[in-house]
Design a protein around this ligand. Structure first.
Ligand code: NAD
Length: 506
């Protein structure tokens, strides 16, 4: 990523249409090489305040709010075009800054980010920003108009695992609805979002409408959550920090969307195709090294299939290639940081202490990098901490069940409820089981397919609210009801608009 002179790229913040630098800088470390690949400005609480003030001025100027939705959509589509042109660059940047493998970056981290932003642009064109209708049972002829108006200044806080995609899930609906947004990436992974800010500037997004502040979570993030001029906060990250964000937001009754952790149960039904389900169980657990909130980490096998399934699982796991994420043939890359690696390794120790059997552990490359190979525990029971807590690494817990009722009970015996899976040939049975799982998403014979046109979010402590889907803009708008007494106006235009078939007022 260095230029011809060997200098590392440096990322400045984007506030009020200006590129802001600081003397103090973060280093962006490639987790595979442990080498610095870029630096970024280290924003402070003062920069968060500056960005909120800029967003508020932009909101009050009204140029974005008052831009017709089709024109907002056109600018957003232009950002999509610019990002698409830079797809290779964004993939390379992702691989370098968060260690995702190149294939997964193309499909998920960057591929989804671009297509999901296009979805929000299209949604701006079709969303019902204004719904007129007659008021029934009122003594004179009256009409009601329900309007969906931008909230004002919204803020987003995103983690390091899908830094561009999860930012798009916030800035996409925020911009489509006419809001101004301040967004904070994780300290380790600011680069891809700042590339998006460059594209937004080039596409002609007015100044102050999108602001990106880099900085520490406990400072910049906490300030955004608490700031009185931020009317809504959308947070993705750990449940512990999500609770803190909700507490800070409560002081000024902010609207809050939280996308938090998960402990996805993957129920294999007795009629499942073992070969396919075993392969997919590893994909469910190991995508992006298991550092995905929606990962399938608790594999529930029926007694009838258990031994055959585990044998297939281990045979397949042996062929997983762990190594350089920039290599197209690599399946599993590095863990984001030394700290996370130690945390995962501690869970692997703990699993053995708790009495689970370490049935498989792959090998990791020699040399630098934070590596944890795919790991499979069998003999796990749902009371063990490795079955209850989010490990956030490629660690699969295999649990057994005798009856489907028992499987559903185990699946639901968790504080989380973000994602789940059901595997089986008979779709009616799989659908019936899916209906009993307390989870925001249930995949049947699939995993990780997050579709922009369908909602994503969690039951229980996996979150509050939903991102994506046709109602995503509901979370970024205030609903206003306007009552018009038509008998008190001779304005036929308004009358025809709202109640075209109603009787003329006397
Ligand atoms: P984290 O909660 O530590 O950090 C997430 C973001 O919050 C970062 O930008 C961080 O700087 C910021 N932050 C940290 N402390 C803060 C504070 N006191 N106030 C405000 N902001 C603060 O999470 P992480 O460890 O970086 O990410 C992994 C977690 O995110 C996992 O638990 C995972 O399940 C969750 N996650 C959830 C989803 C989802 O959609 N549900 C998606 C990705 C990750």
């Amino acid at each position: 990523m260095s230029d011809a002179t060997g200098a590392l790229p440096h990322y400045r913040m984007y506030i009020d249409g200006d590129w802001i630098d600081t003397e103090d800088r973060f280093e962006i470390i490639n987790p595979a090489s442990e080498k610095s690949v870029a630096t970024a400005a280290r924003g402070t609480v003062g920069h968060a305040d500056q960005a909120v003030a800029a967003a508020l001025r932009a909101h009050r100027r009204g140029e974005w709010r008052d831009t017709p939705p089709e024109e907002r959509a056109a600018i957003m589509s232009r950002i999509v075009e610019l990002l698409s042109e830079r797809m290779d660059e964004l993939v390379e940047l992702h691989v370098a800054e968060n260690g995702v493998t190149v294939r997964q970056a193309m499909a998920f981290h960057v591929g989804y980010a671009i297509s999901h932003l296009q979805y929000f642009a299209d949604l701006a064109r079709t969303y019902a920003f204004e719904t007129p209708g007659p008021v029934l049972g009122y003594p004179t002829t009256a009409a009601g108009v329900v309007r969906r108006e931008p909230i004002g200044v919204v803020a987003g806080i995103v983690p390091w695992n899908f830094p561009l995609l999860l930012a798009v899930w916030k800035l996409g609906p925020a911009l489509a609805a006419g809001n101004c947004i301040v967004i904070k990436p994780d300290e380790k992974t600011p680069a891809t979002l700042l590339e998006l800010a460059k594209a937004a500037e080039e596409a002609g997004l007015p100044r102050g409408v999108l602001n990106v502040v880099t900085g520490a979570g406990a400072e910049v993030g906490a300030r955004l959550a608490a700031h009185p001029d931020v009317r809504k906060i959308a947070f993705t990250g750990s449940t512990a920090v999500g609770r803190e964000v909700a507490r800070l937001a409560a002081d000024n009754v902010k609207r809050v969307t939280l996308e938090l952790g998960g402990k996805g149960p993957n129920i294999v039904l007795p009629d499942a195709d073992v070969e396919t389900a075993a392969d997919a169980a590893l994909f469910a657990c190991c995508l992006y090294q298991g550092q995905a909130c929606e990962a399938g980490t608790r594999l529930l096998l029926p007694d009838s299939l258990h031994d055959e399934f585990v044998a297939k699982l281990i045979a397949r796991a042996q062929s997983i290639r762990v190594g350089d994420p920039a290599d197209f043939d690599t399946d599993v890359g590095p863990i984001i940081s030394a700290r996370q690696k130690i945390r995962i390794a501690e869970y692997i120790e703990l699993g053995q202490t708790e009495g689970a059997k370490l049935a498989f552990q792959g090998t990791v490359p020699d040399g630098p990098g934070h590596w944890i190979a795919p790991t499979i525990f069998t003999g796990v029971t749902n009371d063990m901490r490795i079955a209850r807590e989010e490990v956030f690494g490629p660690v699969l817990c295999v649990l057994r069940y005798s009856t489907v009722d028992e499987a559903v009970a185990i699946a639901n015996d968790t504080e989380y409820g973000l994602s789940a899976g059901v595997w089986g040939e008979d779709i009616d049975t799989a659908l019936e089981v899916a209906g009993r799982i307390e989870s925001g998403t249930v995949w049947i014979n699939d995993w990780h397919m997050v579709n922009a046109q369908y909602p994503f979010g969690g039951y229980k402590q996996s979150g509050v609210g939903r991102e994506l889907g046709p109602h995503a803009l509901d979370e970024y708008t205030e609903e206003k009801f306007v009552h018009i007494d038509l008998s008190r106006s001779r304005d036929r235009r308004v009358y025809d608009l709202v109640v075209p078939r109603a009787e003329e007022p006397s």
